[in-house]
Design a protein around this ligand. Structure first.
Ligand SMILES: Nc1ncnc2c1ncn2[C@@H]1O[C@H](COP(=O)(O)OP(=O)(O)O)[C@@H](O)[C@H]1O
Ligand SMILES: [Mg+2]
Length: 301
């Protein structure tokens, strides 16, 4: 049974795709897990990081993207989820020099169009927009869950904003990591996505949920060595669960965005950002392990 990890924030540019790929590669290589990355963002950055621009164009030309999977299934074509995946993606090697067991369901510019089309189709069956939206979201959730069977970990790189695909990902996720950059609007953005994840109407209601019972945890990313950043992070951490790891603002992490042909070592790809990646993985791995065990126990009851 796969564990679903979403990386989400309604704000763009906070490092969702960067952190998603880092965690996917860390779990595949250091954790020896079978990992699948699902790219839910129509900007497709996770896909570009993992297979490069040409690889992504090839996937689109071959009709092997998340949009193609959705379209085919909704059209009643007996689509097999794995037919849309790219196996062994990324430009890093594991310790034996081989590509890790990391697969990708490539993103698509058309994902937003599909959600609109599904909405229109469902709207023929009900005139209540809320019911229609819930049904469409539910269908997307089912499609995402179909990918659970053959993986240990499914990472959902979410789009910014509140598309039905983003909502479906948040519903599907066993755990959500919310990266944020320490600035003055980040608190608001974190509050808003936390309310959504915990399904609470007010911050008071959210505040009543103990930190260790919340499905999400925050991750400060792009942190500079300044008192202002530290204060902002501490302030957000008073109200929200927060990883101890703080990802610094580093050129090496920014450069890891660029896909290169061939396989290189993690050290080569991440440079001095590798120690930060290791720290992040070391903190997140036991957290997911615990949550996965709880999920398994709940399923067996
Ligand atoms: N810790 C970091 N240090 C330096 N650059 C970063 C860091 N995290 C993200 N970036 C850069 O910030 C930009 C936005 O990151 P991205 O992962 O695409 O955010 P999102 O997915 O939330 O839109 C990218 O250019 C990325 O390389
Ligand atoms: Mg992104």
């Amino acid at each position: 049974m796969a564990f679903f990890l979403a990386v989400a924030n309604r704000k763009g540019g906070v490092g969702k795709s960067t952190i998603s790929v880092m965690l996917a590669q860390a779990f595949a290589i250091w954790g020896n897990k079978r990992v699948l990355m699902i790219d839910l963002d129509s900007q497709c950055n996770a896909s570009l990081i993992l297979i490069g621009g040409q690889g992504w164009r090839d996937a689109r030309n071959a009709d092997k993207t998340i949009a193609d999977f959705f379209y085919d299934l909704f059209d009643g074509i007996p689509a097999k989820p794995r037919d849309y995946l790219q196996p062994n993606v990324g430009d890093v090697a594991d310790a034996t020099g081989k590509a890790p067991r990391l697969a990708l369901l490539p993103g698509s510019l058309l994902l937003e169009d599909i959600q609109g089309e599904l909405f229109v189709r469902q709207a023929k069956e009900s005139s209540n927009p809320e019911i229609v939206a819930n049904r469409v979201r539910g269908r997307i959730e089912n499609l995402l869950r179909r990918y659970g069977a053959s993986y240990d970990l499914v990472v959902l790189d979410c789009p910014p904003g509140l598309s039905l695909a983003a909502l479906a990902a948040l519903k599907t996720a066993d755990k959500v990591i919310v990266p944020f950059k320490p600035d003055y609007v980040s608190q608001l953005a974190v509050d808003r996505i936390a309310l959504l994840i915990e399904d609470k109407g007010t911050l008071d209601a959210l505040g009543a949920v103990p930190h260790d019972q919340r499905r999400y945890t925050c991750l400060a990313n792009g942190v500079r060595n300044s008192g202002k950043d530290r204060n902002l992070i501490e302030e957000i951490g008073l109200f929200h669960p927060m990883l101890e790891t703080r990802m610094p603002q580093k050129d090496s992490i920014a450069n890891a965005f660029d896909w290169e042909p061939g396989l290189r070592s993690l050290e080569k790809k991440y440079g001095d950002g590798l120690a930060d990646m290791r720290k992040l993985y070391t903190e997140v791995a036991p957290m997911l392990e615990q949550a996965a065990e709880a999920k398994l126990q709940a399923a067996n009851q």
